[in-house]
Design a protein. Structure first.
Length: 54
């Protein structure tokens, strides 16, 4: 039997990290959600949610 897939660790960003992420998303030229998600170790949808709810 194969092992069940391991669950992904939940990553929670601090308020300071969220502020930095928002500031970086507003820079010109504008970085992509994928670049920001890799930098902060969260998913693209999470980055999109943070930027949208700023």
């Amino acid at each position: 039997m194969s092992e069940p897939p391991s669950k992904q660790m939940r990553v929670e960003l601090s308020l300071q990290d969220k502020i930095k992420l928002i500031k970086e998303s507003e820079m010109f030229p504008k970085p992509t959600l994928e670049m920001l998600s890799e930098k902060y170790g969260v998913g693209k949808s999470t980055v999109g949610d943070i930027v949208r709810k700023k």
